[in-house]
Ligand binder design. Structure first.
Ligand SMILES: Cc1cc2nc3c(=O)[nH]c(=O)nc-3n(C[C@H](O)[C@H](O)[C@H](O)COP(=O)(O)OP(=O)(O)OC[C@H]3O[C@@H](n4cnc5c(N)ncnc54)[C@H](O)[C@@H]3O)c2cc1C
Length: 511
């Protein structure tokens, strides 16, 4: 009989169960055996309710029924994130999961918009050329249209969900497809002479042997960090928030199809609407505000009565310098955490899971994993983390909240060269670099660059090939098309209620 590779996942939070479910779906069962160990005693971090659109692909690949998933995780739709008071107090903008305008004459939309302004034409604010933003402003939702050329197809969507219920959902799904679950606390880790992990000893005394170990133990990073000693790279000089109070509250009247992030003196507050409650948290820097003050500010800004006591979470922004060494790969918080702004952690789990699947060691070599696979995984992981890091820093760095110590500090700190390049390219020519790998897209960068109040001095001269009259007409037409179509969208509340009740998606849209 052909040899099988024993994969042992340690940790049953979102990272552990997303890994287990994806492995169970993709790997041939005769060649790979999957075991997951989780400890009821320790529990999960229990937050992580806002996602990016990639999560839909993940669920679709597992063959999960969307309406059932939404019912069971009490999910709502998410079209983007609204940033309040981030540029300066009173500012508002949305980072949508969709595009701004469309390219004309092969030139990106922002150049035409900049040119139209410079020509003195009547142009609406940049944000008004996004269909996803128009939907957010109306608290409306519908599925993207089938006709890819329609403005109604110019966006994607993600979810807000209950993280604990999502892990439960995936646990049931994965166990149903052959994943072996062991409840127990890992007490000891044995290494071979070559430094590879051989087995784990549980509190009960049981020994679990494996070939490939996936560390999903959260901030503890029990295998990769604590046992194998892979160092942590600290990014707190750029991202100074290191704590968060989290508390759910009763659902308020406003049922937004977007997450809200409101800047505060000591950090920012998230608001995430679910079907049965609203998730809230104050992410703050302990150097600039005390725990007690942050807690009071958060409790003063809830939509409804708190459902329980606020929980304090501590973290250090950064990541392990290598996510994979020898036969151990860390996924989730065990490999890194920047901060919850822009909801990137679950995406980073998903990206790591799909990279690991592509680079999965073959069963024949057992524990002697080919180091080239690890090198490639680490290269991809470096790209992902660096891209997210730069995007997050932009929100802090490009602020105009003068006279507030946290915000003055983040404006003054030298930023990574990669981010300096992006900002200066944008300011000089309105350009935003495209990426083949990693987050975020051009339109995401545009949303935040313009949203934080940065304005390019010039535009791509190729835009001059489109006549001024034509640009004026196209701008007017697009603005009108977005406004009139968005006005016909159903309210988000109704859409969620009908969809979860089993009303067909197209019927939910048409009614
Ligand atoms: C304040 C805050 C807000 C966040 N908001 C978002 C968000 O909106 N969107 C987003 O995408 N992400 C968010 N995240 C990140 C998100 O919560 C995590 O990425 C996600 O939950 C995955 O966590 P995890 O599975 O890596 O770790 P955990 O949930 O901590 O799970 C760790 C697992 O390891 C097990 N374990 C640990 N030690 C042992 C041991 N010795 N033996 C056996 N088992 C063990 C535990 O029992 C548990 O099952 C947020 C994080 C924080 C801190």
């Amino acid at each position: 009989m052909a040899q099988a590779l024993n994969i042992v996942i340690v940790g049953g939070g979102s990272a552990g169960w997303m890994s287990a479910a994806a492995f169970a779906r993709a790997l041939p069962s005769g060649r790979y055996r999957i075991t997951l160990i989780e400890s009821d005693e320790i529990g999960t971090v229990g937050v992580g309710e806002a996602t990016l659109p990639h999560i839909k692909t993940f669920n679709d690949q597992l063959g999960i029924d969307e309406a059932q998933f939404m019912r069971e995780t009490r999910a709502t739709f998410k079209l983007g994130i609204e940033f309040r008071d981030w540029g300066e107090p009173g500012d508002r903008y949305i980072h949508p999961f969709g595009v701004f305008g469309e390219p004309w004459g092969g030139v990106d939309f922002q150049h035409h918009w900049l040119r139209a302004r410079q020509l003195g034409q009547q142009v609406a604010p940049f944000q008004e050329y996004s269909y996803a933003i128009a939907a957010c402003r109306r608290n409306a939702f519908e599925f993207p249209h089938q006709d890819r050329k329609s403005v109604r197809a110019s966006y994607a969507y993600a979810y807000h969900f209950d993280a604990g219920l999502y892990a439960d959902f995936l646990r049931r799904w994965a166990i149903g497809r052959g994943v072996r679950r062991i409840e127990g606390l890992v007490r000891d880790i044995s290494l071979s002479e070559s430094g590879a992990i051989e087995s784990l000893t549980l509190q009960s005394g049981a020994h679990i042997e494996g070939d490939l170990f996936v560390d999903c133990t959260g901030f503890r990073s029990l295998l990769l960090g604590a046992k194998l000693g892979v160092p942590w790279e600290d990014w707190s000089q750029w991202l100074p928030c290191d704590r968060a109070w989290a508390v759910p509250c009763e659902r308020g009247a406003e049922f937004t199809p977007y997450t809200r992030s409101t800047a505060q003196t000591g950090g920012w507050i998230w608001r995430i609407p679910l079907q049965h409650r609203t998730g809230n948290g104050y992410v703050f820097s302990s150097h600039f505000i005390s725990d007690e003050q942050a807690r009071d500010v958060l409790l003063g800004q809830l939509d409804g009565a708190p459902l329980g006591e606020p929980r304090l979470l501590r973290f250090k922004p950064g990541r392990r310098v290598r996510a994979w060494i020898r036969n151990c790969v860390a996924i989730g918080l065990a490999s890194g955490f920047l901060e919850p702004l822009e909801s990137t952690s679950i995406f980073l789990i998903q990206a790591a899971v799909s990279d690991l699947l592509r680079l999965m060691p073959s069963p024949e070599r057992g524990r002697a994993v080919d180091p080239r696979l690890a090198d490639e995984f680490n290269r991809l992981s470096d790209i992902q983390y660096a891209r997210v890091r730069d995007f997050l820093i932009l929100h802090y760095f490009a602020n105009r909240r003068h006279g507030e110590p946290l915000w003055d500090y983040v404006r003054s700190v030298p930023i990574p060269d990669t981010l300096t390049h992006k900002i200066s390219l944008f300011l000089g020519r309105g350009h935003v670099p495209y990426y083949k790998d990693g987050l975020f897209s051009r339109d995401s960068w545009l949303a935040v660059l313009f949203g934080q109040g940065l304005m390019p001095r010039a535009y791509d001269r190729l835009a001059d090939n489109v006549s001024a009259e034509q640009v004026e007409q196209l701008m007017r037409w697009l603005h009108q098309a977005i406004a009139s179509n968005a006005a016909a969208m159903p309210p988000h509340t109704d859409f969620v209620a009908r969809y979860c009740a089993g009303v067909r998606a197209d019927a939910a849209v048409m009614s």
